[in-house]
Design a protein around this ligand. Structure first.
Ligand code: AN0
Ligand code: CP
Length: 322
């Protein structure tokens, strides 16, 4: 595997899921694979889970790890070509990328959507420069439009919780309100992965929050949240800002603050005693109430723990292809 951005990069999901279980049962079995290999993790944005779980996965595989927080000690990086660099940015990404690549074998990048320019974000302008100019395999740790390590961990978590009497569980991705504009990367990847997985997938959100068709695919969209949640086996809550599909001018904006979408016990009572999922970090009281996230149906902690496993499978595959 040379890059990891989309579900297709992983090939057959059944094979990937059984590999995940094998790795989970014996996570130190591939120490020799990463010997004398270096992972460079570059963060343009904050992280708790991605940083810790990816570093842990790499060390499980015997790799050396370098972490760079671009905003904490590195030179501020210019990302556009053709600008006169007389502002606060001291270095250009076009020099920084090959320099950073010279110190490592694999590059993992976190670079969130700017949420101001839809074309810029959806063209993946930043991470594509890493792919083009590094000459090294590039792993997404949440880019402008995708968060595949999260979606893979979510799928592993769902597969570990079979629903009695059902071959295909009903999985519902529901928008929930939030006080700050958030990217679409998590719902985009979750939708992309659920569309390929062996599940019945429904997306629910207020009008105007339609995900880009490239990710929503043929998923059922139900604007009535109650109807969508009826009979659900997994409720995956997430806020996202306006994807600008119907109205480009609203891209990246908060166009609804409807608190009736917050997942509380009443919402969960409409489901088939569903499991609750969220990628974290989560703001309680906005996305989900304390009682729901603390309930015995909440999977948020096992989901986060599976980030180590999704990252290990991905890094293992990349190492095998070096
Ligand atoms: C980010 C997001 O919504 O994309 C990261 C989630 C993994 N969340 C926040 O910025 C709060
Ligand atoms: N879920 C997730 O990616 O968390 P972090 O932003 O803390 O890495």
């Amino acid at each position: 595997m040379k890059t990891f951005f989309n579900v297709e990069d992983l090939g057959d999901l059944k094979v990937a899921l059984s590999e995940a279980q094998e790795v989970k049962a014996n996570r130190y079995a591939y120490q020799e694979l990463g010997e004398n290999k270096t992972l460079l993790m570059i963060f343009f944005n904050n992280s708790l889970r991605t940083r810790l779980s990816t570093q842990k996965a790499a060390t499980n595989l015997g790799m050396n790890v370098i972490v760079l927080d671009v905003n904490a000690g590195a030179w501020k990086l210019e990302t556009e070509r053709g600008v006169i660099m007389d502002g606060d940015k001291s270095e250009h990404l076009l020099e920084a990328i090959p320099v950073m690549a010279s110190y490592c074998d694999i590059i993992a990048v976190r670079s969130f959507a700017g949420l101001t320019d839809r074309e810029q974000d959806y063209s993946e302008a930043i991470v594509n420069q890493f792919v083009k100019h590094s000459g090294k395999p590039v792993v997404a740790m949440e880019t402008a439009t995708v968060h595949p390590l999260q979606a893979f961990a979510d799928l592993i978590t769902i597969s570990e919780h079979p629903i009695k009497g059902k071959r295909r569980p009903k999985v519902v991705l529901t928008w929930a309100p939030h006080c700050r504009a958030l990217p679409q990367a998590v719902p985009n990847s979750f939708a992309q992965w659920m569309n390929v997985a062996d599940v019945d997938f429904v997306i629910t959100h207020p009008k105007g929050y339609e995900l880009d068709p490239k990710f929503a695919g043929n998923a059922v969209v139900e604007y009535d949240q109650k109807k969508a949640l009826e009979g659900a086996d997994f409720v995956y809550a997430k806020n996202w800002s306006c994807p600008g599909v119907a109205n480009r001018a609203d891209y990246g904006k908060i166009i609804s603050d409807d608190r009736s979408w917050t997942i509380d016990a009443e919402h969960m009572s409409w489901t088939n005693d569903a499991y609750f999922m969220h990628c974290l970090p989560v703001r309680r009281g906005l996305i989900v109430t304390d009682d729901v996230i603390e309930s015995n149906r909440s999977l948020v902690i096992p989901e986060a723990a599976n980030r180590e496993i999704s990252a290990e499978v991905v890094l293992k595959r990349v190492l095998e292809s070096l």
